[in-house]
Structure formats: structure tokens, C-alpha cells
Design a protein around this ligand. Sequence first.
Ligand SMILES: Nc1ncnc2c1ncn2[C@@H]1O[C@H](COP(=O)(O)OP(=O)(O)O)[C@@H](O)[C@H]1O
Ligand SMILES: [Mg+2]
Length: 391
Amino acid sequence: MMATGSVKILLIEDNLAEARLLQEFLKQAQSKDFSVVHVQRLQNALQELTKDRALCSYDVILLDLTLPDSEGLSSLPTLIDYAPKLPIVVLTNTNDEALAIEAVRQGAQDYLVKRQVNVEVLVRSIHYAIERKQVLESLRTTNKTLETRVEQRTAELVKAQEINQFKSEFVSMISHDIRNPLNTILLAAGLLQNSDDKLTKEKKSSHFQMIRSAIKNMAQLLDEVSLIGQADSGKLHCELISIDLQNFCRYLIEEAQLTTGEKQINLVFTSVGEFRDALWDENLLRHILGNLLTNAIKYSLPGGTVKFELIGQEQAIAFRIQDYGIGIPEPDQKRLFQPFQRAENVGSIPGTGLGLAIVKKCVEAHGGEILLESKEGVGTTFIVVLPLLSL
Ligand SMILES: Nc1ncnc2c1ncn2[C@@H]1O[C@H](COP(=O)(O)OP(=O)(O)O)[C@@H](O)[C@H]1O
Ligand SMILES: [Mg+2]
């Protein structure tokens, strides 16, 4: 290439006398060494360029526009296609300058009228063509880089917009969910203050109970929101300790039983398989299983059964929580792992729609996966599979 000192030229010219003359001129040039490979047809030129593809040893092409196997400008696009980075100087006869100009328009770097060529003109044109092509190439690369950058930037902006939108939805959902219990508190407190002497002991106690449970709801909402915040900012760490899983699950069931109240849910715990020593994050496990059990109970009908199965496998543990409650309509199933999403069949059953989002994040933090199988009106099964971790 240019930098190595000599300039390598592919000369495509069917007229032997003219080819010889051009080679003679190049020999006479003092400023640089020129080496010329001469072919007489376009086909041979294409073969030569294919052979040279790996080396890319040519610096420039001199192309006669009247070849036996290609008339006029038709050889130009083919050549550019074969060697897009090589500058081309076209050679024309005196009477077809218009054609030459059109060639430049279509991608040649320069043209020479054969009868007017001398050493100086030829050398200058070759240098000019090489320089011009290099500038073009670097412009093209810059353009490409700019285009990619614009694309990346646009993608970032779209993402940022989505996050912003999500954040404002998040905030409005939280405000809404906090306003409800606040109203309850306001109302109950007002009743207690204004009609103190008219209220029976039972009524008073029921108003106080309403206030307490509204406060409990808000506290739970705040806990859940802060947990999701932690997960989103990557702060949901796994602190692994050794846990007796069967005992841990039995304890969770007892806790859940306390919340079933008048609903009379029949909770059944079983465990199968091997439970080798493995390490778990107690907090994550509690969020995962606690939320799934609470849901199973909450969305069961009174007197229903909830099954909790612990399945020990070679490399993993599966937790299977099954109920025979209201089920989840198929179209809702996918989105329920997003915050604030609830299925359309929940009716008046209270909830924030944050539980499954938390479960999913905790499962991911533990390197596991969660599966959902449900049929509306029949029941729901969640299966969580967590890998056995060790330090
Ligand atoms: N066991 C289940 N049976 C029926 N529907 C369920 C069950 N678990 C979850 N869902 C549906 O998924 C939604 C999201 O659950 P979750 O995030 O825990 O929120 P929520 O606070 O509403 O319980 C619920 O509102 C409900 O529509
Ligand atoms: Mg829930």
C-alpha cells in the first residue's frame, strides 16, 4: 500500500498500445515507485481482485471505460462491489467526457482523457484518487460511529422514559394505597372524638381495631415498597446460613394458620426426598414462602385446603404451594409478577399487588425460578425451585 513506498495499480485496459504507454509513463515518474498489474478484461480484473482479497495489496484501479466484456459505465458498479475500498480512475477517449463525469458521479474518484495524459497528469490523478478515497472512507467510518451512537443514545432515552413512567405510576399507586387506610383512621378517630359518650364499649373497641389494622396495612405496604426498592437497586443480598428446612416450613405453616381466622383453612404440609445440608437466606425464604402461603389462604374459599409440599432433589429444592381457590384468569397470569398488578377476579379481597413482585425478586436473588399453574375457579399452584447453594 501507499505507506510501504510503492503504489500498486490494477490497470484494466484492452488496448495493448495504450496500456504500454501508460506503463511507460509510470516508469518515468520520479516521485514514487509504481508497480502495475495489467489485465485486458473486466472478468480478469474481478478474478485478480478476488485473489487479492485477503492481502488487499492494490492501491488504485485504472479503468478503461470501453472494454470488450463491459461497455460504458456498467463495469463501474461491479468493480466497486468487488473492491469497495479501492479508488478508481477511469480512462476515456476524447469524445466522451460526459461519460467520464457521470463515472465520477457514480463513485469513481477521477477521470483521465487518454490523449491528454502525460507523466505528471497521470501521477497527480493517481495520488489525488487515493487521497480522496481515504478521506471518503474515514468520513464513512465517522458517520457509522455517529449513527451507532445516536441509536444507543435513543435506546437509553427510551429506557429512561420507561423507567420514569414506571416511577410515577409507582408513586401514584403507593399514594393511593396509603390514602385508603389514612381515610379509615381519620374517620374512626373522628367518630371516637365526636361521639365518645354515645358509643357503646363494643363500638369503640371496633373503631380502635379499625385504626390498628389500617396502621398495620400501611406499615406492611411501606415494608413491601422498601423491599422492592432494595431489590431494584441491587441491594437484596443473600446471607447464607444453614437451616433445617422441614422445621422452618412447619413453623411458617403455624404462623400462617394464625392468620386464617374464621376462614377455617385446612393447611397440609408434606415433605419428600432428601434434604442434604445446604445454605439459605432466611429472610428471602420467609418472603417467598410467606407471601405464597398468605396468597393461597387469602384466595381460597372458606373451609378450603392449602397444600404445602417440600421436595428435596439432587441439586435443588422445590417448594409447591397449591390451593383450590378462585384461581387466576389466563390473560392475567404473566403480569402478576410486576408490582401493583392484581388479577381481575379479586373482587373485594384486599391486597396491594406487591407480594408476587417481591417473591419473584427474592427467588431471583436466590438463583432460582418460579412457575405458576392456575385455572380460574379451580385453583392455583406455585412452584419455586431453588438451587442448593454452598459457600
Ligand atoms: N393463590 C392465588 N390464587 C388466586 N389468585 C392469586 C393467588 N396468588 C396471587 N394471585 C393473584 O395475583 C395477584 C398478585 O398477588 P400479590 O402480588 O401477592 O398481590 P396481593 O396483594 O393482591 O395479594 C393477586 O392480586 C391475585 O389476583
Ligand atoms: Mg399477596
